[in-house]
Design a protein around this ligand. Structure first.
Ligand code: AMP
Ligand code: MG
Length: 693
């Protein structure tokens, strides 16, 4: 199997040099891992390609270069032009006959010359020059030339242009001529094999690619700004380099000896996934604690997590109907103003404010009306009024509306009191959102109101982060599945249903990894599996330093364990580590501690990983309905609920008391310092709702 070391993608252009300033529709080149390069003309581009090929050969590397123009014409063309079926005969012909400079070329004359060899009119068309050509029609009036419009592969490439069109928006005819001439020179001078016409046994392979295959990825990237062509070459180079070699080999395995083929056709989903805007992985030491730290205060622990965690998921486009709960990946700009046109906010009569008298007004009505979706397209003369219905565009000549209830009308006239202000009962164009305004900022979790807003400013799909995948695993020999037979010494696994549903409540995809026995090898195998299936792993149990605390032992063994001894009750040490590049939150086994640690630590951390940024729960101060004396040096969370405006706390602070979690409707947070709380003292209550539940 061929393995390439380097991947380069080129977005070619048949256009003329327009200067040194990078712009779209020029030549762009990107090697995977480097920045896109703007190449201002074809002479510069040819030199750059030659240098790249030289460099790869000198280093003994295998280089794949993709070009975004057809390497062949529809079947039969090669023979008609050159008398042979060989596509290279066409390449040679084009190279021999094309005169190309950065400021212009003879491509139209060439198309004219070729057309002359065909019966009828065509197959080439379009002429951008003043000069007329006998055989090159300006409009598509071609007939009887006997060539088919598309190659076999073009039929599968929705939106691809035909090689016959020599100019006009999106046309590729000129690109093919100018591109083939350059490639033909390079292939004859250097060790290059051209796919799919030749066996790829040379160090360098030229392949045909088409950015349209990764359109959705390009659009997501474009939403963040920058030049489209630059995104195209960068993302395609990344996608090709990210494909498993066996998969790439499969894509290269086509038989199209004359027409050529677009690499990756039919593999669009895979290419898009490979192009996916994946952020860099987390740093391996992201959970490292400063040396010598013993007990870490909760706020310090949170600040460290906040500092070191970032988005780990890629991006995708989803339809609005599927977007609830997803996190917006790029600022959503209003494509259209809301409202798009001034309209009336009520049912009533519209007129020009300038003609209104202070006292009683009696205005003649024009025939017709303006209704929502059915605007009146005439002009309403000053001094006249027109029937308008809520949501209707204001007709020309109308800037003010009087409410139905404030007037009498008989079909011919409308009477009402003056004194309305100009613009009364109307909505201005763009008063809600102007075109180009940021309607929803990146990082917003999309709720029903955001879906309404996105729709009203013209978006049917939105760029979102891929859903964070959260693997959930319980550990302990004593655990059995809820509902199963429990023997002596066994208890039901309460944490998994709780943690899976927490993940789902927060909008993530829960990946249930089941239960692991207190056995290091079994646990290791499950962690390996979880790391391939999820972006973050939540485990519970075995997180301390005891004999059977395999979770912490394993993470330590992998060199990635950090035992965060957080000054928090309930919550024994939290084990944090990286397993095969995936962050692991080793939560305490006690359900109460596991729950509290999830709300306090896992929730903001996972929010940061998901693209939604760090979150801090809102609480408020209420009088206590309890008394409590608390030691200094640690934060405490009590299961609590509000009754009669006061915070009650659960009778027992025992961390095995699951019923207290259910009894509660939130947590009372007691600060790190000592406290002696009497009834009526203010305490901070954070409702479950503030934790996104
Ligand atoms: P560990 O952290 O493994 O020492 O567990 C602490 C306590 O939590 C022990 O009493 C365990 O039996 C209990 N425990 C651990 N995991 C779970 C679970 N998934 N469901 C219910 N209790 C658990
Ligand atoms: Mg255990």
């Amino acid at each position: 199997m061929i393995r390439f070391d380097r991947f380069v993608v080129v977005d070619w252009s048949g256009g003329n040099d327009t200067g040194p300033k990078p712009r779209k529709d020029a030549i762009w080149l990107c090697e995977h891992g480097a920045e896109p390069e703007y190449l201002r003309n074809r002479v510069v581009a040819e030199d750059r390609l030659r240098a790249l090929i030289d460099d790869a050969q000198a280093l003994g590397q295998r280089l794949l270069i993709g070009f975004d123009f057809p390497f062949g014409y529809p079947a039969g063309f090669a023979r008609a032009l050159t008398g042979q079926d060989d596509p290279f005969a066409v390449w040679d012909w084009v190279e021999r006959n094309l005169d190309d400079t950065p400021k212009g070329n003879n491509r139209f004359a060439l198309a004219d010359r070729i057309n002359a060899q065909f019966s009828g009119v065509g197959p080439f068309w379009f002429n951008a020059l003043k000069q007329d050509f006998t055989h090159l029609p300006r409009k598509d009036t071609r007939t009887g030339h006997g060539m088919s419009e598309h190659r076999a592969c073009d039929a599968m490439a929705k939106g691809a242009f035909t090689c016959w069109q020599m100019g006009g928006a999106g046309a590729v005819g000129g690109q093919v001529f100018t591109g083939l001439a350059v490639l033909n020179r390079l292939r004859s001078e250097m060790q290059v094999a051209v796919w799919p016409f030749q066996k790829l046994d040379a160090p360098v392979a030229f392949v045909e690619i088409w950015p349209g295959l990764i359109n959705s990825s390009v659009k997501s990237a474009e939403a963040l700004g920058g030049i489209r062509d630059a995104h195209q070459v960068r993302l395609l180079a990344r996608a090709l380099s990210a494909l498993p070699p066996a998969r790439l080999a499969e894509m290269l395995d086509v038989n199209a000896p004359e027409e050529g083929w677009i690499l990756g056709l039919g593999f669009e989903d895979e290419l898009n996934a490979a192009a996916g805007l994946r952020p860099p992985p987390l740093r391996n030491d992201c959970f490292a604690l400063p040396a010598g730290v013993d007990w870490t205060p909760v706020d310090d622990a949170l600040a460290m997590l906040r500092d070191r965690l970032h988005t780990v998921v890629g991006q995708q486009d989803v339809a609005l109907t599927d977007a609830r709960g997803r996190v917006l990946a790029a600022d959503l700009l209003a494509k259209r103003a809301n409202p798009p046109h001034p309209n009336t906010a009520v049912d009533g009569y519209g007129f020009a404010h300038a003609a209104m008298a202070d006292g009683d007004n009696v205005l003649p009505l024009v025939q017709g009306r303006s209704a929502a979706g059915v605007p009146y397209d005439g002009k309403v003369p000053e001094g006249h009024a027109i029937r308008v219905l809520t949501g209707a565009d204001l007709p020309d000549g109308v800037d003010t509306v009087v409410l139905d209830e404030d007037c009498t009308a008989d079909g011919a006239q409308v009477a009402f009191r003056g004194g309305l202000r100009r613009g009364a009962n109307t909505r201005k164009a763009g008063e809600d959102m102007a075109v180009g305004q940021v309607a929803i900022p990146a990082g917003t979790k999309l709720r029903p109101p955001e879906l309404a807003l996105a729709a009203s400013v013209g978006h049917g799909t939105v760029p979102v982060f891929e859903r964070l995948r959260v693997a959930v695993l319980s550990t302990g020999d004593e655990l059995v599945e809820a509902g199963a037979q429990a023997g002596a010494g066994q208890i039901y696994d309460a944490n998994r249903p709780m943690l899976c549903s927490l993940a789902e409540a927060w909008g993530y995809e829960a990946v249930d990894m089941g239960r692991a026995p207190d056995d290091r090898d079994a646990l290791r195998a499950i962690l390996d599996d979880a790391a391939t299936k999820a972006d973050v792993i939540l485990t519970s149990g075995g997180a301390s330093a005891g004999d059977e605390d395999h979770m912490s032992a394993l993470l330590r063994e992998a060199g990635a364990m950090q035992e965060w001894r957080i000054a928090l009750k309930p919550g024994r040490p939290l084990a944090l580590g990286m397993w095969n590049g995936v962050p692991v939150f080793g939560l305490p086994g006690n359900p109460v501690a596991a729950f509290v640690c999830s709300l306090i630590f896992a929730r903001p951390a996972m929010s940061a990983l998901s693209g939604a940024g760090w979150v801090t729960p809102e609480g408020f101060d209420v009088p206590a309905a309890f008394t409590k004396r608390k030691k200094p040096g640690r934060r405490e969370y009590l299961r609590a609920r509000l009754r009669n405006g006061k915070a009650e706390v659960f009778a027992s602070e025992g961390s095995g008391r699951v019923s207290g979690l259910s009894w509660a409707e939130g947590l009372v947070e007691l600060g790190d310092e000592a406290a002696d709380i009497a009834e009526g003292d203010l305490v901070r209550f954070i409702p479950y709702g503030s934790f996104g539940l």
